[in-house]
Design a protein around this ligand. Structure first.
Ligand code: SAM
Length: 210
């Protein structure tokens, strides 16, 4: 399932289903994640709107980083919960502090493992990955644990910079094509629903647990 290759720019030297897995962004990258121009550049408002969340939804923001999306989703699912998961404790410390400051009582930080998301079986309605999945060092194991955590009919929003578009100014290893993403999600039994094409640089690929 996994192989090795000569590392490309931003790559880890490990391959999965013909793709080189990217290096993990360290917590020193928080300034970039939280840059003020991000909403305008990436239209993060359109992304959150495209998720069609209900107030009671239980959402997992996997690879949440500093909680950019967690903190925007928390007020929308006011009667539900947002699990912010990451493998870097430093990231979750930032999320915990922000949730306390903003009084977001429905934000639950979860420290995951590189091969396990750390969520209980049948516990989430919606999973979100923004600019994170391509970094997972054990994508098959992670996705297997995520499929287990999804309720039947639960949705996955996989958001990645479009590899098909050479004008998107991101290193190639940090982009993904729709074709590759569909192959990898189908390998763990998820069904492709649609690619919501509303963002300037990223795919919003929606999958469903059968
Ligand atoms: C580029 S950041 C994106 C953060 C956030 N989703 C955002 O868009 O602002 C990617 C994050 O994925 C996390 N990550 C990498 N591998 C992971 C794994 N196996 N499980 C959970 N998080 C992971 C990294 O620690 C990092 O915080």
């Amino acid at each position: 399932m996994y192989g090795t290759c000569e590392p490309g720019e931003g790559g880890s030297g490990k391959t999965y289903m013909g793709r080189e897995i990217a290096e993990v962004m360290g917590h020193f990258g928080v300034g970039w994640l939280e840059r003020p121009e991000r909403e305008r550049e990436e239209r993060t408002d359109l992304l959150v709107g495209a998720m069609k969340l209900k107030a009671t939804d239980s959402v997992a923001d996997i690879g949440a980083g500093s909680g950019y999306f967690t903190m925007r989703i928390a007020p929308i699912v006011a009667e539900g919960v947002v699990y912010a998961t990451d493998i870097q404790k430093e990231m979750l410390d930032i999320v915990t502090e922000r949730a306390l400051e903003e009084g977001a009582h429905n934000v639950m930080p979860v420290l995951g493992e590189i091969d396990d998301c750390g969520l209980e079986a049948n516990s989430v309605d919606v999973v979100l990955f923004v600019d994170a999945y391509h970094e997972f060092s054990h994508p098959w194991e992670m996705m297997t644990s995520i499929v287990r955590a999804l309720k039947p009919g639960g949705r996955v929003y996989l958001v990645e910079y479009r590899l098909e578009d050479p004008l998107v100014p991101i290193k190639e290893r940090h982009k993904m094509s729709e074709e590759q993403a569909r192959r990898e999600m189908e390998a763990v039994g998820l069904r492709f629903v649609e690619n919501v094409n509303v963002l300037p640089q990223q795919h919003i690929m929606v999958f469903e647990r059968k």
